[in-house]
Design a protein around this ligand. Sequence first.
Ligand code: 13P
Ligand code: SF4
Length: 335
Amino acid sequence: MRTKLRKVVPEFELKYKAELAHKINKLKRERNAVILGHNYMEPALFHSIPDFTGDSLELCRKAAQTDKDIIVFCGVRFMAETAKILNPEKTVLIPSAKAGCSLAESITAEDVRNLRRQYPGVPIVTYINTYADVKAECDVCCTSGNAARVVESLGSDRIIFLPDEYLAGNVAKETGKRIIFPTKTPRAARDSALEYELIGWRGRCEVHEKFTVEDIENIRSQFPDTVVLAHPECSPEVVAASDFSGSTSAMIKYVTEVGAPRYLLLTECSMGDNIAAALPNREMLRMCSIRCPHMNEITLEDTLAALEQTRYVVELPEDIRVRALRSVERMLEIA
Ligand code: 13P
Ligand code: SF4
């Protein structure tokens, strides 16, 4: 751990974190558990305990394939729920009960039922950043890694895309579709004019909505050769001003494969640390005042407690799980 992390984790923390990681890895083997770690995990955790790391789509696939008895999901609740949707017989643990997500909080199952009534027959795509009861009301899930592909695979004139306003805007741009956002009282004349193809929702990621075009301009005025990478939960304006946009793993792949003097990632700042640790020859600029408080709830201490105390167990009502599974499986078949 020292060799890899000495530039991103202070020396006084390293020994303490290495001891925690050692205990977790021992217990993981004893309890026949697998640990999945999202790309946003802090560097000492990311580089020590997960059996698999990745973006939402990759971890979803790993969760579908595991033969272990216990899945410990070092990520946020909607991700752990997806693992449970795919593995009803297994024990799925999330180290913190507080690891939510502003996108998942932005829409309810009742909102989706209302949209179905408002737009009968229109297929509904939901971003994976939603809770199981919302997935259960939708037709198919998508992630940042496959959103445009899922939308295009439906071959439908009109599609409802929930709940991320900015991801929907970016998908609309990529697929050449016009987008509207429904109001509480539908505008019948406009709705019947069929002048749009994608129907969005006003949810936002509380992290990615904070990045601005001005941030990019400021960085470029100081370091003109910076390659800027933006997650598609950033606004379409920010994505347009960037050099590359893709899922968290697509950003890591880009930095790994494309040599540049320096990079700026417009996403949770731990990812810059994790890449800097893995690729010490890459210069990563970071805007670390913008953090995801939910992802940062997941610590080595709580992961150890999760395995020691079998907490916090993710449970879902079976009828909701079965309906949500259809949306997740459909996505896995498409992309
Ligand atoms: P990825 O699927 O790209 O890892 O994104 C998950 C997420 O929550 C980004 O904020
Ligand atoms: Fe949710 Fe945004 Fe945090 Fe990702 S970064 S988990 S979308 S709040």
